[in-house]
Design a protein around this ligand. Structure first.
Ligand SMILES: O=C(O)CCC(=O)C(=O)O
Ligand SMILES: [Fe+2]
Length: 269
């Protein structure tokens, strides 16, 4: 795993809000990631979330998969994915890019754009999550080559410098968010194409989307969204289970290690 970051990469990430590492996994590592994720997704069946009691809908229908097949927090119920996700080197990359001391898993997710899947509408991730931070960050690992044809992401460089208020939800047309933010809708997005085994990082406030899959092959990606250590609950349920929602109040720390494990801290060696 190509986990060392240069100071040029860190500077570019902070300026643009994203970074692409084309040679992130070698062939052997890519095979390990693919087989762990494929197995975890198939074991999860039609449940979007692991076993548990959630306010969020868990079972998915075919219609829910029009954009992608999404399975979250596979680290919780698959040993192989867990080993990949708890790798301290990944946490250190995320923390170093954001310049923060420690980082927890918010959620992982397999995002499989099935053949002929719809585009992923323009959005900003952190506005949907249960904590608000300028330093949330996601790694997105390409398990297949990602092209403009099969549904690569697109980023608006520099757009991470501003938190957006609520905007029309996914399900509306692909550019629905630009109705409220016309200046963003005049920018030229960067297509995030990369070979299988490549990865991108994007800040939680990055404005981004993904193309439709105009090929007969699935586009498999595995991602992990990270939450800075010491983040606090903002009242949004998102993927938190009732076990936690029933016991916390707005402003309380999200530091339950069984839900949001600390993957890296520069205070722990
Ligand atoms: O892979 C996609 O289609 C979208 C991914 C995305 O929105 C994300 O990783 O935050
Ligand atoms: Fe996203």
């Amino acid at each position: 795993m190509n986990h060392r970051l240069t100071s040029e990469q860190i500077t570019a990430y902070r300026e643009n809000g994203f970074l692409i590492i084309e040679d992130f996994l070698n062939d052997t590592e890519l095979e390990t990631w693919r087989s762990a994720v494929d197995e975890a997704v198939s074991q999860r069946d039609r449940n979007r979330l692991p076993e548990g009691n959630y306010r969020l809908v868990r079972k998915v229908t075919e219609k829910d998969e029009a954009v992608f097949r999404q399975r979250l927090n596979l680290w919780m119920d698959h040993e192989g994915v867990r080993a990949l996700m708890l790798d301290r080197r990944l946490g250190k990359m995320a923390a170093d890019l954001e310049g923060i001391d420690g980082i927890r898993i918010w959620h992982d997710q397999a995002l499989i754009k099935l053949p002929w899947a719809n585009p992923t509408t323009w959005h900003q991730d952190n506005t949907k999550w249960s904590f608000a931070s300028q330093h949330a960050i996601t790694i997105w690992v390409a398990l297949d080559e990602v092209t403009v044809q099969n549904g690569c992401m697109f980023f608006m460089p520099g757009s991470h410098k501003k938190r957006l208020d609520d905007y029309p939800a996914a399900g509306n047309h692909v550019g629905a968010m630009f109705e409220g933010y016309p200046e963003l809708g005049r920018m030229d997005p960067v297509p995030v194409v990369m070979p299988a085994g490549g990865c991108s990082f994007h800040n939680g406030l990055m404005v981004h989307a993904a193309n439709a899959n105009m090929t007969p092959h699935p586009r498999r990606a595995f991602t992990c969204a990270y939450m800075p250590d010491h983040s606090t609950f903002n009242g949004t349920h998102n993927v938190l289970p009732n076990r936690i929602l029933d016991t916390i109040e707005i402003g309380d720390p999200l530091d339950d290690d069984a839900q949001n494990p600390l993957v890296y801290s520069n205070e722990v060696s």
